[in-house]
Design a protein around this ligand. Structure first.
Ligand code: PA5
Length: 397
């Protein structure tokens, strides 16, 4: 594990290109529940200990939804690549849509070698429990195939205890979408051999850096919420690399569920780099001017030189990574030239430490954005209502 004591190392990990503004006069205090969860000393060791006992498993299935899945999925694709399941080696799936076709796919695996991580903070989420029950029907109640992460004393906790399944707990003060530094995210990362100590250390480093004046989270709020107040009702999250798409989904949830309440909230929209230049850019460039743009990029993890023996002079001496970068810069320039607000976050390294730093910084920014908007970023009354209606409909079904 990397031992890092310096506090301002964060600047070596993430670049951002927003204007220095200070209209909200944000300070650098951050004492949120999700930050306190970083300090649980024995947590990473107990996660590693349990995974050591489950070494023979080849597939990891996260049975959870929303905040109980997106952080783990985003972190894995950031570190392993957008399409790593197509490569040799261990596979990962998240059952976060209740579509029976996903379950059918999982059931085509060797179930004896499949580890199911059942995650639910409330321990009562219908989609998660129902899939868990269907899986147990198939697999049998083999306790070594399951790990549960939930709140102490929840229905799922009590059920796990009865079935003899090992359990981890999410601290009360940590909300689902802010829980990636608890076993909710750590188990998946550890299963795939990533250094979860470095990941947590990166998170701590992000907090230290922020408290010591690192301005990334506050500037992010200045850009996003500043533009929201100026009429940019939508935030287009525009990751460029495939491995950043999961991070885009994680940000979309964090932004929507934390800030969208009491008639307020900036609608997050997700687009993917060059692909969506040929799909949505027409609207962005030429449609209603109600959007601000958050580009997210990182270095290309591989590259190919274009050998041009085919008479296309424009492509002489080019390579795929450079071309992608040119396309991104041109798109930003085109948007800016139409007066559209654009900023970019550039994550400099694809490692655990940098990821931890980035995720915690974005969570701090989200919490601060909630303070500026005057909403509680840590509840989700709209989601709870839909859950309640589903349960009532089930009673009458
Ligand atoms: O962020 C949140 O709180 C939500 O997205 C929850 O994670 C989601 O609704 C699932 O809830 P639970 O973890 O209780 O199953």
């Amino acid at each position: 594990m990397r031992k890092v004591k310096e506090v301002l190392l964060a600047e070596d990990l993430i670049d951002y290109d927003y204007k220095e503004e200070d209209r909200f006069k944000l300070n650098h205090t951050a004492h949120y529940g999700f930050i306190r969860s970083l300090c649980s000393r024995s947590l990473t060791s107990s996660v590693k200990e349990l995974l050591e006992k489950r070494r023979g498993f080849e597939n990891f299935v996260q049975v959870g939804i929303g905040g109980s899945a997106l952080g783990a999925s985003a972190s894995l694709s950031f570190l392993k690549g957008g399409f790593f399941n197509l490569l040799e080696g261990k596979k990962y799936f998240a059952l976060d849509n209740l579509d029976p076709e996903r379950l059918a796919l999982i059931f085509s695996f060797d179930l004896d070698k499949t580890l199911f991580h059942v995650v639910s903070k409330s321990g009562t989420t219908t989609e998660t429990l129902v899939q868990f029950f269907v899986i147990m029907d198939r697999v049998g109640v083999k306790r070594e195939n399951f790990i549960i992460t939930t709140s102490k004393g929840s229905f799922l906790d009590r059920l796990g205890e009865k079935l003899g399944i090992e359990r981890f707990y999410i601290p009360d003060e940590v909300v689902g979408r802010f829980s990636v530094f608890t076993p909710v995210g750590l188990l998946a990362l550890g299963f795939f051999g990533f250094d979860i100590d470095a990941f947590v250390e990166g998170g701590k480093n992000g907090v230290r850096a922020y408290r010591n004046g690192w301005s990334f989270p506050n500037r992010l709020v200045e850009f996003t919420i500043g533009n929201y107040i100026a009429g940019k009702e939508m935030l287009v999250i525009f990751p460029y690399k495939d491995r950043l798409f999961g991070i885009g989904e994680w940000i979309r949830q964090l932004w929507a569920e934390s800030l969208g309440k009491e008639g307020k909230g900036q609608t997050p929209v997700l687009a993917l780099g060059v692909k969506d230049q040929h799909s949505q850019l027409q609207l962005y460039q030429d449609g209603k001017k109600d959007k601000a743009f958050l580009f997210i990029d990182m270095p290309s993890c591989c590259n190919f030189e274009v050998k041009n023996d085919y008479g296309a002079a424009l492509f002489d001496r080019i390579d795929t990574a450079t071309l992608m970068d040119i396309e991104k810069r041109s798109t930003k320039e085109a948007l800016r030239s139409s007066g559209i607000p654009v900023c970019e976050i550039f994550i400099k390294k694809a490692d655990e430490f940098t990821l931890g730093n980035f995720l915690i910084s974005f969570m701090i920014a989200t919490a601060k954005a909630g303070e500026v908007l005057g909403v509680n970023p840590f509840d989700q009354p709209g989601v709870e209502l839909s859950k309640r209606f589903t349960r009532e409909a089930l009673k009458n079904a």
